[in-house]
Design a protein around this ligand. Structure first.
Ligand SMILES: [Zn+2]
Ligand SMILES: [Zn+2]
Length: 215
């Protein structure tokens, strides 16, 4: 609870302890209400178990969507993703694939194959996000990054050759290479790789100190 409180306060930008505690209590209440509601709903919908199984095994989607929306690096390690998925699949696979299971459920191999494929797809997306970036599977035109501003709008000091200097590494930024340049919302230009490293320590602009969104 204390750990959760500190995380909550850090995320909410230092609200006072009482407000944070009240907000976490509301969160807890909602969680248990949803859990109870879920159990009752599952009991009511027993006959539609195959459909429910797919709903239960949609647990990676929020993480995938969150990373796409915030454009943050995927924080879950591949070992964790694969280990958790396999451990969670073990029980339904036993119940639906073992002919003499303890619950005496009729084996349903199609459901098993479907579940494995469905979880596999989510794992694939998570691993792709981990290795190739959170938005790697989204077409380039559909991505809107706050760092894609035009170089002409940048208000850094221009050198005599018309190029810009990255104040992090003090080297020239190749303005024609879109893949290795980042224009911040406060219109300062850096090497993408330099800014990425910088943002892992600080969340403000190296030039003007304004707060920056994740890269
Ligand atoms: Zn640089
Ligand atoms: Zn700036």
């Amino acid at each position: 609870m204390r750990f959760l409180l500190s995380v909550w306060r850090a995320r909410r930008g230092g609200v006072d302890p009482w407000t944070a505690q009240r907000e976490v209590s509301v969160l807890y209440a909602r969680f248990y209400a949803a859990l109870l509601g879920g159990i009752l709903l599952t009991y009511q919908l027993q006959r539609r178990m195959p459909l429910l199984m797919f709903a239960f095994f949609s647990y990676w989607w929020p993480q995938i969507v969150l990373c796409v929306r915030s454009d943050c690096r995927q924080p879950l390690k591949p070992e964790f993703v694969l280990g958790t998925s396999v451990a969670r699949l073990a029980l339904p696979l036993y119940v639906y694939a073992c002919p003499s299971n303890l619950l005496r459920v009729q084996p349903n191999l199609t459901l098993c194959a479907g579940l494995v494929a469905y979880v596999g797809l989510q794992c694939g997306l998570l691993l792709a996000q981990h290795w190739w970036g959170p938005r790697c599977f989204i077409p380039k035109q559909a991505r809107n990054t706050p760092y894609g501003g035009s170089i002409a709008a940048a208000n850094d000091i221009e050198t005599s050759e018309g190029s810009r200097e990255c104040v992090i590494c003090m080297a020239q930024v190749d303005v024609s290479d879109k893949s290795d340049r980042a224009v911040t919302p406060c219109t300062h230009v850096f090497h993408r790789s330099c800014l990425e490293r910088w943002l892992s320590y600080k969340h403000d602009c190296p030039t003007c100190r304004r707060a920056l969104p994740p890269l």
